[in-house]
Design a protein around this ligand. Structure first.
Ligand SMILES: NC(=O)c1ccc[n+]([C@@H]2O[C@H](COP(=O)([O-])OP(=O)(O)OC[C@H]3O[C@@H](n4cnc5c(N)ncnc54)[C@H](OP(=O)(O)O)[C@@H]3O)[C@@H](O)[C@H]2O)c1
Length: 279
């Protein structure tokens, strides 16, 4: 038996797509010691992402999902990390080849019903919504499963998705709200950093100083929120002395309905997510 054959037999987790998200998960799984590179494989399309990921991490590379599943029948889990519009390109043969396997999809807006139609014999189908900080292991992922996960499958799901940060379960019907909050949320935080920076510049700071102050204020506040375990409202009150500068700012922001604006944004994102899922 060649070394190549031995490697293929050991493969447990297959990635369809080797772009930003697949690379983040692979790197996270390896960094956290959840598995070794010989237990992972990937496939990509034509832009060289698979070659790059394979060269950088040592995971096996195949020309297609079909070839990967035929060469390594011991694969337990298949992670779908292609763009939603690329899903239709998966050949019908994958239905039989994924019999008894765990399918984890991170495709935004792809309902479990469509995944079940393509992978009808899979043991479990998991639909997950990660977010971009997952690329540095600082994300959060919520997922829903079509049927309850047995203990060993649960540990596979948590090992794979947990490589990007904490993982929590929700009903599938809540994934549009999850998308609107944590999926799109990093963009809201970046927009807030931009606003803080621009506010500082408007009050006379240089762009560089304003940016560093804005970024570290958001970073430090988030860390304090996590480490203190306190409610954000309590931490906000602790910074706000009566009749002080913070109170002046917060009253002005409240008069312009900051809270309502953010809630309305999240509502708009949820509605758009539902609309996109309908196709
Ligand atoms: N970015 C996020 O924060 C985020 C959050 C939640 C969910 N998602 C979801 O994550 C998924 C992946 O996003 P991404 O940012 O990682 O995309 P990406 O960087 O564009 O990666 C897509 C990958 O799929 C490969 N591919 C395309 N068609 C294929 C096929 N038929 N068979 C096998 N591989 C194929 C591409 O290969 P080539 O490059 O070689 O063409 C590439 O490796 C999307 O569905 C997105 O909705 C992303």
């Amino acid at each position: 038996m060649s070394d190549n054959t031995i490697t293929r037999i050991m493969i447990e987790t297959a990635f369809v797509g080797a772009g930003n998200m697949a690379s983040a998960i692979v790197r996270g799984m390896l960094n956290k010691g959840f598995c070794t590179a010989s237990e992972l494989a990937c496939t990509s399309a034509r832009d060289g992402t698979g070659e790059k990921l394979s060269a950088a991490t040592g995971v096996a590379l195949f020309d297609s999902l079909e070839e990967m599943l035929r060469a390594a029948p011991g694969i337990r889990s298949v992670v779908l990390a292609i763009k939603p519009q690329q899903f239709a390109q998966l050949p019908d043969s994958v239905a039989e080849l994924t019999r008894g396997k765990l399918i984890i999809s991170i495709l935004a807006g792809m309902p479990i019903s469509r995944l079940v139609a393509r992978f009808p014999h899979a043991a479990n189908i998991v639909r997950a919504m990660p977010n971009t900080p997952g690329q540095i292991g600082a994300g959060i992922t919520a997922y829903a499963s079509n049927v309850p996960l047995a203990a060993d499958r649960l540990s596979d799901v948590e090992g794979i998705l947990g490589s990007m940060g904490p993982v929590l379960t929700v009903e599938e019907g809540q994934l549009d709200a999850v998308t609107a909050l944590s999926g799109s949320g990093p963009a809201y935080v970046f927009a807030f950093v931009e606003a803080l920076r621009d506010g500082g510049i408007a009050e006379g700071l240089s762009p560089d100083v304003a940016f560093r102050l804005a970024m570290h204020t958001v970073l430090g506040s988030a860390l304090l929120l996590e480490k203190s375990g306190e409610d954000p409202a309590e931490l906000r009150r602790k910074v706000t002395s009566p009749n002080g500068t913070t109170q002046a700012a917060l009253e002005k922001m409240a008069s312009l309905d900051l809270h309502g604006t953010v809630k309305a944004g999240i509502r708009a994102a949820r509605l758009r997510s539902e609309e996109l899922a309908r196709g």
